[in-house]
Ligand binder design. Structure first.
Ligand SMILES: [Zn+2]
Ligand SMILES: [Zn+2]
Length: 160
């Protein structure tokens, strides 16, 4: 995998923009059972010298496949950071600035805590486990039955 590198000698002359893609393995989500990278990571980063170091700004994005936290179905979404900003201090005589690891860390920070396939996903029925976006089970009917007033049974009685 090609690392994302800035050459300090070039940055000293003018800002440098790097644009490219990183392979699926870049995000390294193999140990993660909720998320998997579904494609290459795209990035466009500009590095510029500022006092004491290098400011790298730009954007990056990658398609992710995830398991919905409500219905457990797999879905894909695009993870992106359009206002990436990273600052790097340079050591004396440093010639190369490798931002690959920092780019990975920034992207991972964007992963949602509770991914859902849709904000309106009804999820699984807590009683029978069926997917409520696909069928209505009778458990839902039981829920509503509980809300009926206990006095309603009296309505049907003939008290005469
Ligand atoms: Zn869902
Ligand atoms: Zn059910």
């Amino acid at each position: 995998m090609e690392p994302v590198l800035f050459y300090v000698s070039a940055l000293e002359k003018a800002p440098v923009t790097l644009k490219g893609t990183l392979p699926v393995e870049f995000l390294d989500l193999a140990e993660n059972d909720t998320f998997a990278a579904a494609g290459e990571t795209q990035y466009e980063l500009t590095g510029r010298m500022i006092s004491g170091g290098v400011l790298v700004s730009g954007c990056c994005s990658v398609d992710i496949s995830a398991a919905c936290g409500r219905c457990l179905k797999e879905f894909e979404f695009t993870l992106e950071n359009r206002r990436l900003q990273m600052f790097f201090e340079l050591s004396e005589a440093q010639e190369i600035l490798d931002v690959t690891e920092d780019l990975r860390a920034e992207l991972l920070l964007e992963l949602p805590m509770n991914p859902v396939c849709s904000e309106t996903c009804p999820g699984l029925c807590p009683v029978c486990g069926c997917d409520r976006s696909e069928k209505k089970c009778s458990c839902a009917a039981d829920d509503t039955a509980e809300k009926v007033s206990p006095w309603s049974a009296l309505d049907g009685l003939d008290l005469d």
